[in-house]
Design a binder for this molecule. Structure first.
Ligand SMILES: [Fe+2]
Length: 467
């Protein structure tokens, strides 16, 4: 076996001679950021699974040099890589033996989903570099992201496609390929940040906006930004009802507390197929009452609500209307005759899919009746808050997604006769949401999962409306 130990002088000579090197710094991101070898990348893995995933993506045709504090961990890892056929080496005695210049980082080595969301809102200089394969990218992406697959990042010409004056954030599905992308970019002298947990975690960001705030009513719309799922907190007199909560449930407590509200009731408009409902978990944590539609089956202890029921919240009486179509048991909740929470029945840009329960024709007829005989009969300026919005749909200035009966009447689908509508629905070819049958079982309570499984179950785009 060749000698895998390298001295500072040997590594320095390689750098001076422009030998293609992949210098991976195994120290903590904090230590790396304070001072690292120029052209090196931070490669701190959080667990064995990640280490293996990263290893499987490393190029075999390049010299890899590992750096750590004192040479111990780096030596073990270099030996392991060498056994797997890599041209792997490590810096003898670690970074403390490096007697040349060290450089500081200008940006974090990894970024959390929430931090990226916040920086996208305020920082125009972020360049989102999605390194997944084109097929995965086409399926769903962060708006504005540019796709350069990981394999291409190791080629010499790719540097021209990456801007030099922006903060590069690399993205993949789980945060492994995106980390390897930071290695490839560092080799080219480009600093970058990897999105921790990738698109899977990105899909879990919840963002709250105030839709209504007056003396006795607060309505907060909570958006799952990666998927376009919407949920709502209806507050009055210190009490709150949460409609269609998503994971992570703890965020709703945070959003409600900010408004001085205590969550006392939690409800789903219907049994969701595209995302895991956090209703049960949120009710459990907050000791709130859990309600579901009386016309749907659940294997979870809950109170049932049906047409004509009233759910009191603070000084408000929330009315329940049965609005079947998307599912047989879908309910709409109305406050003050002015605000309606319609689930997946009527969206800003379309109507809900009635074909996810294998009774497309029957459900399409019900949906047409629901829209025309119930929802469009609400006052013409009633604010209708749906449970999703489609890709590219712009919210109002304060970030709220809603429609009204007046706006909905202008939708082509709403304009169709019942027969035309049913024909259109039956001929639909839009793929179903990924994992939808498992998600239904989880939401029904037939199978249980842990919170860590939610991101992967919800992977993929939102497909709850007719397109
Ligand atoms: Fe749905």
């Amino acid at each position: 076996m060749t000698n895998i130990e390298m001295t500072t002088e040997e590594i320095y000579e390689n750098i001076q001679n422009k030998v293609p090197l992949l210098i991976l710094d195994l120290r903590s991101p904090e230590n790396y950021m304070v001072g690292h070898i120029e052209g090196s990348a931070n490669a701190k893995c959080t667990n064995m699974q990640q280490k293996q995933a990263i290893m499987s993506r490393l190029p075999k045709d390049q010299k890899i040099i590992l750096i750590d504090d004192d040479g111990n961990e780096a030596s073990q890892n270099a030996n392991m890589l060498a056994r797997f056929g890599f041209d792997a080496h490590y810096l003898k005695n670690g970074i403390k033996s490096w007697n040349k210049t060290l450089v500081k980082s200008k940006q974090d080595t990894i970024i959390s989903n929430e931090k990226l969301w916040n920086s996208l809102k305020s920082d125009k200089d972020v360049f989102l570099l999605d390194v997944r394969e084109p097929m995965e990218f086409a399926e769903f992406k962060i708006p504005g992201a540019v796709n350069v697959p990981l394999s291409e990042l190791f080629t010499s010409s790719v540097g021209e496609r990456i801007p030099k004056d922006k903060k590069i954030v690399t993205i993949c599905s789980h945060g492994n390929r995106s980390m390897v992308a930071t290695f490839a970019l560092a080799q080219k002298g480009i600093e970058s940040t990897s999105l921790e947990g990738g698109m899977s975690k990105w899909n879990q960001v919840l963002n709250a906006n105030t839709a209504i705030k007056n003396a006795d009513l607060t309505i907060i719309q909570v958006e799952k930004v990666g998927k376009g799922c919407l949920s709502h907190i209806v507050g009055s007199d210190g009490q709150a009802l949460v409609i269609d909560p998503n994971y992570p449930p703890s965020k709703y407590i945070e959003f409600a507390e900010k408004e001085g509200l205590k969550i006392i009731k939690v409800i789903d408009t219907h049994q969701h197929a595209d995302h895991v409902s956090a209703a049960r978990e949120l009710a459990k944590i907050t000791k709130a009452e859990l309600y579901f539609s009386a016309k749907e089956e659940y294997e979870i202890e809950h109170k049932k609500v049906d047409e004509g029921d009233i759910i009191p919240v603070g000084r408000k009486q929330v009315q329940v209307i049965h609005t079947p179509g998307h599912t047989a048991g879908s309910m709409t909740f109305v406050v003050d005759d002015k605000y309606a929470f319609t689930g997946d029945t009527l969206f800003v840009e379309s109507v809900g899919r009635p074909d996810l329960r294998d009774k497309a024709e029957e459900f399409a007829k019900d949906l047409h009746d629901t829209i025309h005989k119930k929802l469009l009969k609400l006052g013409s300026n009633t604010m209708i808050f749906p449970t999703h919005h489609g890709e590219g749909i712009k919210p109002t200035e304060n970030g709220i997604f809603y429609t009204t009966p007046e706006m909905a009447k202008k939708l082509t689908l709403v304009d169709l006769s019942k027969e035309e509508f049913v024909n259109k629905v039956v001929s639909m070819t839009t793929p179903r949401p990924m994992n939808y049958s498992i998600v239904i079982k989880v939401n029904k309570g037939s199978i249980s999962i842990i919170e860590e499984q939610v991101p992967d179950l919800e992977m993929g785009p939102n497909r709850c409306s007719i397109q």
